[in-house]
Design a protein around this ligand. Sequence first.
Ligand SMILES: Cc1cc2nc3c(=O)[nH]c(=O)nc-3n(C[C@H](O)[C@H](O)[C@H](O)COP(=O)(O)O)c2cc1C
Length: 136
Amino acid sequence: MLEKFSGTVVHGLGKGKEFGFPTANIKLNNNELSIEKGVYAVVVNIDNQQYYGMLYVGTRPTFHLQEITIEIYFFEFNEDVYDKQISFQIVQKIRDEIQFQSTDDLIKQLHYDKEMVYIFFKHLPKTISDLLILNS
Ligand SMILES: Cc1cc2nc3c(=O)[nH]c(=O)nc-3n(C[C@H](O)[C@H](O)[C@H](O)COP(=O)(O)O)c2cc1C
């Protein structure tokens, strides 16, 4: 089954915005994190609107950080989502977390991930995407 999670959108460090990948950081309602570190294709529901995105769960080893964060990059990012309740469903794991040698290497990978997730959703059979309708 596709597992569903819910939480609140909180502000991150704002670094992602500087390199073209702004993210919404998520504080889960249920603090028990059961998602393995990595990058995933997700369907998100905010105010009964559905969005597609990439979820990252990890410690951001590229920046030598230790605290686990949960971030979502939306294909159409909307600044107004801060402080809102969201729910999301993990549809597909894309890759494991990586410690990159440089920010440039991370950015290159993020562009590649974006392409992968875009293609993934584009080719998802309608029968499956119809099942992904979420209620908050
Ligand atoms: C789809 C996606 C994948 C990511 N993958 C990695 C990764 O493999 N390794 C890593 O160190 N950080 C990864 N990051 C985290 C970025 O380092 C993070 O977005 C950046 O530090 C900005 O964080 P901020 O929005 O809190 O400022 C990823 C972020 C996203 C959105």
